[in-house]
Design a protein around this ligand. Structure first.
Ligand code: ZN
Length: 133
């Protein structure tokens, strides 16, 4: 794993959360992007080499809506940058980690992503992401 690529934060209202984060970080979000397959709209801020990804649900079926219902707004996942997502998945599966899906899929911000189930990582949903070349 190369570095923490971003922190994902579940929010109820993206526009309000963008204002909060813009005020706190002193920069505007650099992009907004919907990931329709996941039922979310995202907004990204840069903080040095790391990013903050705000996530708002666009459907009550989305994982973000369910997360907020259960646990409220807040830190949703930690994402690690990897060079080769498939080999990292293989390594982690061999070490006993459970993934939410067997294959990586296209996430926001031009990334191939996958998620390690929070049960495997002491309660923290963990994303691996690889830049799509
Ligand atoms: Zn993420």
């Amino acid at each position: 794993m190369e570095k923490i690529e971003h922190l994902g934060i579940a929010v109820k209202n993206l526009a309000e959360a963008e204002k909060t984060y813009a005020a706190m970080l002193g920069v505007a979000p650099y992009k907004r992007e919907a990931v329709e397959t996941e039922g979310v709209i995202t907004s990204f801020f840069k903080v040095g080499e790391t990013k903050i990804e705000l996530l708002e649900a666009t459907s009550p079926e989305s994982a973000i809506a369910k997360f907020i219902e259960k646990r409220g707004e807040g830190l949703h996942h930690i994402a690690y940058d990897v060079k080769d997502i498939r080999s990292e998945m293989k390594r982690l599966k061999e070490a006993g980690f459970i993934f939410t899906r067997d294959e990586p899929f296209r996430g926001a911000d031009n990334k191939l992503v996958c998620f390690v189930h929070p049960k495997s990582v002491d309660g923290v949903l963990t994303e691996l992401c690889q830049e799509i070349q």
